[in-house]
Ligand binder design. Structure first.
Ligand SMILES: Nc1ncnc2c1ncn2[C@@H]1O[C@H](COP(=O)(O)OP(=O)(O)OP(=O)(O)O)[C@@H](O)[C@H]1O
Ligand SMILES: [Mg+2]
Length: 257
């Protein structure tokens, strides 16, 4: 099964919204896991099947406790909660202070996700070489970096890609495929080509996979703060294209580290 690790370089470009939008449009069964070490956001944006809030104790905290007993003692499925969106969710660490409760589990998360019976989209939050969630990127099939394609957004992206290049052994067999997605206007047709040219010019082994539409109404609908026809939002339409692109890509992926 495929694991897609969604992450950002700096700022809040919309990684969580992109992960949520992708999960709603994923063409195969999928779970959404929130492992953002800065504190999970998904739990606040997604409701349970009964319309009520999700249980914060069932998710990363319970999975971390399970993993302390042994990697083969627990599965992702045991810690997922069904949601009104139709896909199950692993809730994140409620606050960064509770990170200590996860302890050594970080290094085993990728393995647990890869063993899951369905695809997993993982919100890894902001990434640097010292991020606790970095091991999840190592084990992922696809790493999806979410970026605002402005001057500072692309500068931070280039910096992060240069840092990840050696750690993730980018471009080598078994390494994750690194993709970039730009949060911009749905009609911005130039941005993907411009961004790809820039990455190629700098010798950075990453493919620009498309755009996530900048769509405030769509983002609010995905955050459950606005009712509306989600399927018709530009955000969700762009996520549908992206989900298809990523699932096609993972079909051609050969092995993982
Ligand atoms: N595609 C989008 N179109 C319009 N607004 C968006 C989009 N994506 C995110 N936003 C808005 O930007 C803000 C940050 O979004 P989000 O929480 O997804 O960012 P993030 O990258 O996950 O940030 P953090 O690293 O802090 O977790 C939210 O207010 C959200 O509604
Ligand atoms: Mg986030």
């Amino acid at each position: 099964m495929t694991t897609v690790a969604v992450a950002s370089a700096k700022g809040s470009p919309g990684a969580t919204i992109a992960a949520l939008a992708l999960a709603t449009q994923w063409p195969r069964p999928v779970a959404l896991a929130d492992v953002d070490p800065a504190g999970g956001d998904v739990v606040w944006r997604v409701r349970g099947l009964d319309g009520g809030p999700l249980d914060l104790d069932r998710g990363m905290l319970s999975l971390g406790a399970g993993l302390r007993r042994g990697v083969s003692e627990t599965t992702l499925a045991e810690h997922l909660q069904d949601t009104a969106f139709g896909f199950p969710v692993l809730t994140g660490v409620p606050t960064p202070e509770q990170l200590a409760g996860i302890g050594g589990a970080w290094t085993h998360l990728g393995e647990v996700f890869n063993r899951h019976e369905a695809d997993v989209i993982v919100d890894c939050g902001r990434i640097s070489l010292s991020s606790p969630s970095l091991p999840v990127l190592h084990k992922a099939d696809v790493v999806l970096l979410v970026v605002r394609p402005d001057l500072e957004g692309t500068a931070h992206l280039r910096h992060l890609l240069r840092a990840l290049q050696g750690t993730l052994r980018l471009g080598q067999a078994g390494a994750p495929q690194v993709c970039v997605v730009a949060v911009t206007s749905y009609r911005d047709t130039r941005v993907t080509d411009d961004l790809q040219r820039l990455l190629d010019h700098e010798g950075l082994a990453a493919r620009v996979a498309g755009v996530v539409a900048h769509d405030e109404k769509g983002a609010r609908m995905l955050s459950s703060t606005l009712a509306g026809n989600l399927a018709r939002s530009l955000l969700v339409r762009s996520a549908r294209d992206l989900a298809k692109h990523l699932t096609d890509l993972s079909r051609h992926q050969t092995g993982r580290s």
